[in-house]
Design a protein around this ligand. Structure first.
Ligand code: COA
Ligand code: AMP
Length: 637
């Protein structure tokens, strides 16, 4: 691991020199002379006086360099049986006209634009069009309900909202426009206009403030790129925290571009002209970084897939696309591979395709559990690489850096810290723990380029949520340990964030929804283990004294309420009315213990518990109601 160690040490010992060198990967409009400064709260600011436009760096620059006829984007929709390829020039031109249309609608540098779209080329075009004008985009995942969209509209205050008439989930056409209309009706802030891309599967009825996307794009002028400062925000991406209010993670422009370009070469081992297929969604950070920005900054071709790993039409979708487009690096979430494994355990589909172009498979979004790792590793002739990151970091914190030198993989480990990330494992007092001891995972400041630059409109929350727990360190919210070889094992969140099918959700937010029901006195939502989706939320509620209704109807009502307020993506399907919840003497609900009981694992009764008999009741109820039982049976098979 000599080359890796040399690179890593340089990044930690001399971060300024290291990142000044990496910054040369980007075609700046004005190269930075300053590399690293700190703001008043001590947070890193990268390339302060540099100027660029990321749309220029990812599109125009490549056209100017002779890459104009190379495919920039292959779009493949298995749910509509449609495909399209756009060259760098074609993509640049479409982006420039959509930017022109946005400019005509009054969008200027610094304005926000909310994007609520399915996985179609126009979603990527929309993001670049905003970037071209220096406007800040905020993409909201389509699986979120109108209420969640409204919360984000109120926080981001967009001038314009961009959407499509529908999304398609397996075989169901989901009209988006009624959801958008409902969100705008609920929000205090009203965008000036809503631009709708009409899809054949379902045409939306346009209202007074609605405009047809293609009519606008066709008649709009070609907009040039607007130079922005490296520290200007490129986007705000909302993610779940521990409270009901999502956090608007802010990403700067210059540091992000440098970090992504660095990662494309060193982590993903790709060169200009190579093909990357990231099977995620533009609504998540993985989509932002490795469907939209990373591959194109690096002169690669990106594959955008509208469909699921299974059932659209079969468990061979990923392998089919890898063959079809000559994919070199493929990236998805472990849950997607578990879904494939379930449908096609013998991997018949995989064997039906020529995967000779494939050099690496990357996974993230949740820990790559050892059984799924071994299944994939045995089947594929290429390294299967688990790498760990978060919306906040924007790019991987730990990985097997195959672009620097391949390392041995260890099942269950995300490998080693990526250059720039000084990762440490600490105890409650912030003291570093010895290898193989579990603790909180923190990153010593300065965070490298590409990481969050703040929480939108809330600098104090940024500081309080991430920087205050251990001064001088960023709190990741993940727990785990490091082994004697320096490999990191990320074992799960230490807070109320859960991970459902690679989607990050807040149990606190679900508790707020349950708690708002007039019949509910108290509640807890826990994430229990699920063989396919990693975790699933389960609600436990105590009704108010005097509640005389039917418990089964109440449970169904609460399930519907979470779906309606948060969205189908929450996969919230089980609520149990309980007599009491296990608590400490100071009244804190013992959520971790509840999780352990639901997962059928052995537990120790904590000395601080108020009433130990509450645990027996809970165990009995969970067993009667089969909480997690199907999953446990699968695990024992
Ligand atoms: N728009 C609208 N609804 C959506 C949606 C979207 N973009 N994405 C998901 N949903 C809905 C689904 O239709 C489903 O609704 P239902 O309750 O009516 O069935 C619900 O949200 C849950 O969806 P999902 O979690 O995707 O479950 P699934 O059973 O349809 O698929 C997997 C399971 C594992 C195949 C799928 O979750 C998957 O591919 N996950 C990978 C996620 C990923 O790539 N994450 C990014 C991190 S790298
Ligand atoms: P998100 O912000 O949606 O990308 O989710 C980030 C969270 O997902 C992390 O804090 C982890 O809890 C989890 N996660 C992502 N990738 C991994 C991984 N490779 N190993 C373990 N956990 C992961």
């Amino acid at each position: 691991m000599d080359r890796y160690h040399t690179l890593y040490r340089a990044s930690i010992d001399t971060p300024e020199a290291f990142w000044a060198e990496q910054a040369k990967r980007i075609p700046w409009l004005r190269p930075p002379s300053i590399t690293l400064t700190y703001d008043e709260l001590g947070h890193a600011r990268w390339f302060g006086d540099g100027e660029l436009n990321i749309c220029h760096a990812a599109l125009d620059h490549h056209v100017e360099q002779g890459r104009g006829e190379q495919a920039a984007l292959h779009w493949d929709s298995s749910v509509t049986d449609a495909r399209a390829t756009l060259s760098y020039r074609q993509l640049r031109d479409r982006v420039a006209h959509v930017a022109g249309a946005l400019a005509q609608l009054g969008v200027e540098k610094g304005d926000r634009v909310v994007i609520y779209m399915p996985m179609i080329p126009e979603a990527l075009i929309a993001m670049y069009a905003c970037a071209r004008l220096g406007a800040v985009h905020s993409v909201v995942f389509g699986g979120f309900a109108p209420h969640e969209l409204a919360v984000r509209i109120d926080d981001a205050e967009p001038k314009v909202l961009l959407t499509a008439s529908c999304g398609i989930e397996v075989t169901t056409v989901l009209p988006y426009k009624p959801l958008v209309d409902e969100a705008i009706a609920q929000s205090q802030h009203k965008p000036n206009a809503c631009v709708v891309l009409q899809r054949e599967a379902c045409l939306a009825t346009l209202g007074e403030n609605d405009l047809d996307w293609m009519t606008l794009e066709r008649s709009a002028p070609f907009a040039e790129c607007v130079a922005v400062k490296a520290t200007d925000p490129l986007y705000v991406l909302y993610t779940s925290g521990t409270t009901g209010k999502p956090k608007g993670v802010m990403r700067d422009t210059g540091g992000y571009a440098v970090a992504l370009a660095f990662s494309m070469a060193t982590i993903y081992a790709l060169e200009a002209g190579d093909v990357m297929f990231t099977a995620s969604d533009v609504g998540w950070v993985v989509g932002h970084s490795y469907i939209v920005y990373g591959p194109l900054l690096h002169g690669c071709t990106t594959v955008m897939y509208e469909g699921k790993p299974v059932k659209t039409p079969d468990a061979g979708s990923f392998w089919r696309l890898i063959e079809r487009y000559g994919v070199k690096s493929f990236f998805s979430a472990p849950t997607a591979f578990r879904a494939i494994k379930k449908e096609d355990p013998e991997a018949k589909w995989l064997k039906a395709f020529d995967l000779s172009s494939l050099k690496h498979v990357f996974v993230a979004g949740e820990r790559l559990d050892p059984p799924t790792f071994h299944w994939l590793d045995d089947l594929l002739d290429v390294p299967v690489i688990d790498h760990w990151w978060q919306t906040e970091t924007g790019w991987p914190v730990a990985a097997n850096m195959v672009g620097v030198e391949p390392m041995a993989t260890k099942a269950g480990s995300a490998s080693v810290p990526v250059p720039g990330f000084n990762v440490q494992v600490v105890d409650r007092d912030g003291e570093q723990v010895p290898p193989m001891t579990q603790g909180s995972i923190v990153i010593k400041q300065p965070l490298p380029p590409g990481c969050l630059s703040g929480i939108w409109r809330d600098p104090q929350r940024f500081h309080a949520a991430y920087m205050a727990a251990f001064p001088g360190y960023y709190l990741t919210g993940d727990g785990g340990y490091v082994d004697p070889d320096g490999y990191l094992f990320i074992m799960g969140r230490t807070d109320d964030v859960i991970n459902v099918a690679g989607h990050r959700l807040s149990t606190g937010e679900m508790e707020e929804v349950l708690g708002s029901h007039p019949a509910v006195a108290e509640c807890a939502v826990i994430g229990i283990h699920d063989e396919l989706k990693g975790q699933l939320p389960v609600g436990l509620v105590i009704t108010k004294d005097g509640f005389a209704g039917d418990e089964t109807s109440l449970e169904a009502e609460l399930v519907a309420q979470v779906r309606q307020r948060i969205g189908p993506v929450a996969c919230f399907k089980q609520v149990l009315v309980v007599e009491r919840l296990p608590k400490t003497r100071s009244g804190k609900i013992l959520r971790k213990l509840l999780r352990t009981i639901a997962d059928g694992k052995p537990y120790r009764v904590p000395s601080t518990i108020d009433d130990p008999t509450s645990l027996d009741d809970m165990q009995q109820l969970m067993s009667e109601r089969a909480v997690g039982l199907a999953d446990r049976a699968l695990r024992e098979d």
